[in-house]
Design a protein around this ligand. Structure first.
Ligand code: TYM
Length: 321
């Protein structure tokens, strides 16, 4: 099985990225032939600071390795090191109906949030389709927000195959059960751009402060909370601990006598504990940037070999060769 996914270097990675994409991707590295990339071309649709792009790109690599990506098992690379993605994107563009892109939620949401409606943002799902199809991927671990993009990918693969003959494998999205949408501090989807995110590797004090600032209702500590599962802190705790500890926390809230302040302190504790091993690995990696750069260089070489051959298959199918 070939597994592929990508993540944009458009900011600091958060707990939603981790549970929605990084954790499932890391688990899958033992189950197949895994390719994970840093989507720097995609980040160009919303980030216009060259130095920041460089910094975030390296940071994504460090964070992914710290969280457990093993370069002996999975190929980690930078998207723009494999420029064939862009050629295939153009090839797919010419069979992609405008209406298919106009219906994409992610584009509509970004415009609604005030991003400029540039062509890159509009054509974003076509580049994403190229990213996936160029590795003959079977499975694409992503959060729910990317599901529609994988559907566009499937449609384009099928349409290309119908137009030019069987060329591409049709991929499936893969969700981690219960982690399709990780909520942020305000209960909406956790996102870099909603100011509701918790960084994976936040500093201790500011992160504690941030978690303590989660707004709750005005019920007193003594009151029983029968709707405990809906609580924002509880929803994060669910991912950060064992099912047993999660159930204990839910029951304490339901019983009454457990204040929100104590609950939020517990949330911080569990968060801090959860990422401790990764935090330690990350400190080592930060001292070893040459190693990180080498991982990306080796990854690019392996990825490019496959991308070249699949791109050539597409070029032949459509008469460019
Ligand atoms: P990006 O960089 O926005 O997000 C990276 C991954 O994190 C997931 N994610 C979440 N999952 C659950 N809950 C959340 N709150 C949450 N926030 C983010 C996203 O679903 C994603 O899986 N277009 C992609 C990058 C990309 C890609 C690809 C992915 C480019 N080409 C090809 C797969 C295959 C993106 O913007 O992800």
């Amino acid at each position: 099985m070939r597994i592929l996914s990508g993540i944009q270097p458009s900011g600091i990675l958060h707990v939603g990225n981790y549970f929605g994409m990084m954790k499932p991707s890391i688990e899958l590295q033992d189950r197949g032939d895994a390719f994970y990339f840093i989507a720097d071309y995609h980040s160009m649709t919303s980030l216009y600071d060259a130095n920041l792009r460089r910094e975030y790109t390296r940071q994504v690599a460090i964070d992914f390795l710290a969280c457990g990506l093993d370069p002996k098992k999975a190929v980690l690379f930078k998207q723009s090191d494999v420029p064939e993605h862009v050629e295939l994107s153009w090839i797919l563009s010419s069979i992609c109906p405008m209406g298919r892109l106009e219906r994409c939620h992610s584009y509509k949401d970004k415009i609604a949030k005030g991003l400029s409606a540039n062509h890159g943002l509009f054509a974003y799902p076509v580049l994403m389709a190229a990213d996936i199809l160029i590795y003959d991927a079977d499975s694409v671990p992503v959060g729910r927000d990317q599901k529609q993009h994988v559907e566009v990918t499937r449609d384009l693969a099928i349409k290309f195959n119908q137009t030019y003959g069987e060329t591409f494998r049709v991929p499936e999205p893969a969700f981690r059960e219960g982690a399709e949408v990780i909520p942020g501090l305000d209960g909406q989807k956790m996102s870099k751009s909603y100011n509701n995110a918790v960084e994976i590797f936040g500093e201790e004090k500011p992160t504690r402060k941030r978690l303590m600032s989660i707004v709750m209702d005005s019920r007193s500590p003594d009151e029983a909370k029968p709707d405990a599962e809906e609580n924002r802190a509880i929803q994060l705790i669910k991912h950060l601990t064992t099912p047993e500890i999660y159930s204990e926390e839910v029951e304490k809230l339901k019983a009454g006598g457990y204040g929100y302040g104590d609950l939020k302190k517990r949330l911080f504790e569990l968060y801090w504990q959860y990422f401790r091993p990764a935090r330690e690995r990350r400190t080592d990696l930060m001292q070893n940037l040459d190693y990180v750069d080498q991982v990306l260089a080796n990854g690019a070489e392996k990825a490019r070999e496959i991308a070249r051959s699949v791109n050539q298959r597409a070029r032949k199918a459509c008469g460019l060769e």
